[in-house]
Ligand binder design. Structure first.
Ligand code: PMV
Length: 315
């Protein structure tokens, strides 16, 4: 059988990170310039071989540790398709999404493996966005502890989404953005572990529930107004809302000197709005810009220490 390839994009959170863990709405969008790719081929040897050349890893599924995300993705597909044992396969995963920087690299790699593998095995019904998202969520739990579900949703649907974590099923609405909206995505170069930051916010919420519930409510309002502004292409309002959301994130103590430096630089050079994106304490920030100032803001971000700057245009 020929090889089967699938990809999944990186992602940014536009509004509502952290509050989304506590049932408030959040908005995320794919970053399609950076992607994870999985290639599944029939194997020549007995067993399933996993290759992750970017990570310098090459190993058998049977030898993988219990918390190995690729192995978990493969085993979840085996369980769902009830194919036991799986045929002999070789699975290669590559990605140019920076890791541990809030761009959803873990979710994208898992989604790419799940999509490529289910397709290769002929389980086309398992490759709907909803199913890929649900299986990716199971892998995310391994990586993040208590993920809200927004990362797996946006990388599986590959569309901007308005997301609310709720029982019995999450509210997921794809958004029609009145674009083009131009965002610079700048990396502080500081590695941040989502699980640790989410855990720290939880401790603060437990210590000061009233204050944190209020902060989450403010973020909720921002996300709801932002949804309308995105649908109406109201760039000025979106910029204000990003600044407002950043104020609440700062109060949650998830910003950092490096993030503040990049956010301040972007605003001083003509960005319409800027905020951190994802868990914070490092990773990436996003700045909303008009095309005319994009080059100047990008150059200023690099001078201020950004290790990588991507442009993401939402249409
Ligand atoms: O660090 P990231 O991009 O994986 O984003 C995490 C977003 C949080 O809201 C902080 C956590 C979550 O599970 O939604």
């Amino acid at each position: 059988m020929p090889a089967t390839t699938a990809t999944a994009p990186g992602k940014i959170i536009l509004f509502g990170e952290h509050a989304v863990v506590y049932g408030r709405p959040a908005i995320a969008a794919p970053v399609t310039q950076v992607r994870a790719e999985a290639i599944v081929e029939d194997g020549e040897w007995a067993g399933i071989r996993l290759h992750a050349p970017d990570l310098g890893r090459d190993y058998w599924l049977s030898e993988a540790l219990e918390d190995d995300p690729y192995a978990r993705a493969v085993l979840l597909v085996a369980e769902t398709t009830r194919l036991d044992p799986l045929p002999n396969l070789s699975i290669t995963v590559r990605s140019n999404i920076p890791i541990a920087s809030g761009l959803g690299s873990g979710a994208a790699m898992a989604a790419a493996v799940i999509r490529a593998l289910t397709r290769h095995l002929g389980y086309l019904n398992q490759t709907t966005d909803e199913q890929v998202s649900a299986l990716t969520y199971q892998v995310e739990k391994l990586l993040h502890g208590t993920p809200s579900g927004i990362d797996n949703t946006v990388v599986a649907y590959e569309r901007p989404v308005f997301f609310v974590r709720q029982q019995p099923i999450n509210r997921i609405e794809t958004l029609s953005v009145k674009g083009p909206l131009r965002l610079l995505v700048a990396d502080t170069g500081v590695v941040s572990i989502t699980k640790d930051v989410v855990g720290d916010v939880r401790r603060q919420w437990q210590a000061e529930p009233r204050r944190f519930e209020q902060l989450f409510d403010h973020c909720s309002r921002v996300a709801q107004v932002a949804r309308r502004a995105l649908e109406n292409g109201d760039v000025g309002r979106l910029g204000q809302l990003m600044v407002e959301n950043q104020n609440y994130l700062r109060e949650m103590t998830v910003s950092s000197p490096e993030l503040e430096r990049l956010i301040g630089t972007a605003m001083a050079t003509g960005a319409i709005g800027a905020k951190l994106s994802g868990a914070g304490r490092g990773g990436n920030m996003i700045a909303l810009v008009e095309e005319e100032v994009e080059a100047a803001v990008r150059a200023a971000l690099v001078s201020a220490g950004a290790t990588n700057v991507l442009t993401s245009v939402l249409t």
